[in-house]
Design a binder for this molecule. Structure first.
Ligand SMILES: Nc1ncnc2c1ncn2[C@@H]1O[C@H](COP(=O)(O)OP(=O)(O)O)[C@@H](O)[C@H]1O
Ligand SMILES: [Mg+2]
Length: 358
């Protein structure tokens, strides 16, 4: 649906997009994820046509979009600030983009009603827009974009102004809406959880470049650099050294784990000169409770800190033979006590859960 070919954007002498190449498929929920200032909005605006590019090509539906003005593109954008007209009714806001089409009143009303129903605002047409809650305003903004039946909906941090509960609810509704209308959604967000929850695929951006583009699970389980790993959730790192390497296996001496074999699929390449490390997510190691059978892949550890969350407990532990604390998370199961600070424990691990960064 959208293809970027080596896209660069300069603002004066600031290099905002540094060679973006990527393809966004028709009908997918695609997210641009990265810290503030990395170029997400700029890239989104190049799709909408609000921003010219300095080098490269943006293709929309296979056509070079360079000379296509924004209003002729099959795209529509929902902005970070919803830009609702407070003095108009909900229906007038939603129908705003259709005013030039001179539809018969009955047709316009039907289109507005259809769009309002899509976003869960059936029957709200006559309300004054200024009297709506934040979540309702966001729905109006969505309806206003959807009524134009774009092939691609561009969403620039659409949920960032909502409180946590409302945001989570809208995330689920956006996913459902996207499935229902079947059009391509491109979401900009700096919230990694939001991107993981909602997207078919995610492009992680840093400083005008795409660092990794993959589905949520791959991004989480096999980040291709420490930087991506750090940005997506929590990852622990312990120093490691590569001993030998064959096509099918990498032999590593890892602090705390000893001599281990890592599947090359679980290896990420780092910038040259950086020392190697083993990374693992908090939930991938298991604290063995007393009496639980020993496995051949277990290490001793001391619990240094306990943070109880009700359904989960986070443990900061020091694995024997290491200096650095690592964080583990355990689901709290009925009948199994939460461990105390200072307790000695055993931890089971599996080689599949370890990622090598080298
Ligand atoms: N119109 C502009 N003129 C100059 N610099 C800009 C302009 N728009 C954005 N930038 C700069 O480009 C970089 C990327 O901006 P932006 O795409 O808005 O980032 P993000 O949406 O990821 O937070 C930022 O450093 C920003 O200051
Ligand atoms: Mg932005």
């Amino acid at each position: 649906m959208i293809e970027f070919k080596d896209v660069h954007k300069w603002y004066g002498d600031y290099h905002a997009l540094r060679g973006i190449s990527a393809t966004i498929r028709a009908g997918e929920f695609f997210s641009l994820l990265g810290p503030s200032g990395c170029g997400k909005t700029t890239l989104l605006r190049t799709i909408a046509g609000f921003e010219g590019i300095s080098e490269g090509v943006v293709l929309i539906d296979g056509k070079d979009a360079t000379d296509i003005p924004p209003n002729k593109r099959p795209t529509n954008m929902v902005f970070q600030s919803y830009a609702i007209f407070p003095h108009l009714t909900v229906a007038q806001n939603v129908g705003f983009g259709l005013r030039k089409q001179r539809l018969a009143k009955a047709d316009l009303d039907a289109r507005v009603a259809e769009a309002l129903e899509m976003v869960g605002l059936k029957g709200y047409g006559a309300r004054a827009a200024h009297a709506l809650s934040g979540g309702q305003r966001q729905r109006v903004a969505l309806a206003r974009a959807l009524i134009l039946k774009p092939k691609v909906l561009l969403l620039d941090e659409p949920l960032s102004a909502l409180d946590k509960k409302m945001r989570e609810q809208m995330q689920v509704e956006l996913i459902k809406l996207q499935r229902q209308v079947g059009i391509t959604f491109i979401l900009v967000t700096h919230d990694q959880e939001e991107a993981l929850v909602m997207s078919d695929r995610i492009a992680v951006m840093f400083e005008g470049e795409i660092a990794q583009l993959s589905d949520a699970e791959t991004l989480y389980r096999r980040p291709n650099s420490r930087r991506v790993a750090d940005f997506i959730g929590t990852m622990n790192f312990l120093p490691a050294e590569v001993i030998s390497e064959t096509a099918g296996s990498i032999e590593v001496e890892a602090q705390g784990f000893g001599r281990i074999h890592v599947d090359p699929k679980q290896a990420a390449s780092e910038a040259p000169g950086k020392s190697a490390s083993i990374g693992f997510r908090p939930e991938t190691l298991t604290i063995l409770h007393e009496g639980q059978q020993a496995t051949d892949r277990e290490v001793g550890a001391v619990i240094e800190e306990v943070v109880y969350y009700g359904d989960m407990t986070y443990y900061d532990v020091k694995i024997d033979g290491t200096q650095k604390m690592v964080r583990l998370s355990m689901r709290n199961v009925f009948g199994r006590p939460v461990l105390d600070r200072g307790a000695r424990t055993r931890i089971a691990w599996s080689p599949g859960a370890l990622v090598l960064f080298r």
